[in-house]
Design a protein around this ligand. Structure first.
Ligand SMILES: O=c1[nH]c(=O)c2[nH]c(=O)[nH]c2[nH]1
Length: 279
């Protein structure tokens, strides 16, 4: 019998960082998972804990690096955290830091942005994965559960048909999804937050302002536009449920069947996934 692979660390380490060097505070809330590999096989195979860093220590270091880097975006915080483990512990070979952000946006009262008031932005959680060795670090950013829709300018027609096909063609339907996306960086952009915002803005602009022949068609063009807009991107992966809204037939009640009253459904849903990269 052999230990094929292993890793360990601490998950769901929650931190709220408040940058408060001026009256205008900045807040960043994260849930962080850090996983280590290296000289830890004997912990599994020989009941030898002598090289094992406590997962409790991993949690402490997550907090300490947060205090040392209160103002860093998740990507650079993740890199700093990974570097701390590589610097401090020779037995550590790889560090994987995965963070998920709870977004707080600045409160606006009477048209004025508030210095220390925020509201929860519950639409999607920004994610970051840093995979680090002493040879280098790979950074992936993304978004989980980012939900958006449009009420027209979407269709699904001219598709393959056989004796099992029952779906009617349409050139006018709702398009809605809760997107899981991740994008890989070739190098640090000048500003991660600004670059991530530009990726989202660019993708949403394509989604809403162009007719969608299919979810596939929209995702591919959204991915290409994001790569065009942000040169530091290597590629972008999108996984999107097609959240179906089914028109309700009110003809039996003498009403038009006119796409105005629809049934929202979560399941079953189409599932469309792709990765768009550079040639
Ligand atoms: O955008 C779509 N892509 C599909 O592959 C598909 N299949 C389906 O039934 N409806 C849709 N819509």
């Amino acid at each position: 019998m052999a230990l094929i692979n292993s890793t360990y660390g601490k998950g769901r380490v929650r931190i709220m960082r408040v940058k408060r060097d001026t009256a205008r505070h900045e807040v960043r809330e994260l849930s962080v998972k850090t996983l280590l590999t290296g000289g830890f096989d004997r912990v599994f195979t020989d009941a030898d804990n002598s090289a094992a860093l406590c997962t409790d220590t991993v949690k402490n270091i997550t907090w300490i690096v947060a205090r040392e880097n209160v103002g860093l975006d998740s990507e650079l915080y993740g890199k700093a955290l990974a570097q701390k483990f590589l610097d401090a512990y020779p037995q550590v070979e790889t560090v994987t830091v995965i963070s998920e952000e709870t977004k707080w946006t600045r409160m606006v009262v009477d048209g004025e942005e508030q210095d220390h008031g925020f509201i929860l932005d519950a639409n999607g959680k920004p994610t970051v994965t840093v995979e680090a060795t002493r040879a280098g670090m790979a950074v992936t950013s993304g978004l989980s559960g980012f939900t958006f829709m449009k009420s027209t300018e979407s269709g699904w027609d001219k598709f393959f048909k056989d004796e099992y096909t029952t779906l009617a063609e349409t050139r006018d339907r709702i398009a809605a999804t809760a997107m899981e996306a991740r994008w890989r960086w070739s190098r640090d952009p000048a500003d991660y937050a600004a670059a991530n915002a530009l990726i989202l803005k660019t993708m949403l602009k394509v989604f809403v302002s162009t007719y969608s022949e299919s979810v596939q068609d929209s995702l591919y063009r959204m991915g290409m536009a994001a790569l065009d807009a942000v040169p530091e991107l290597i590629d972008i992966h999108m996984a999107c449920p097609n959240k179906h809204y089914v028109p309700i037939n009110l003809k039996p009640f003498g009403m038009d069947y006119d796409n105005m009253v629809l049934l929202p459904t979560d399941e079953p849903h189409g599932q469309i996934e792709c990765t768009v990269g550079r040639d």
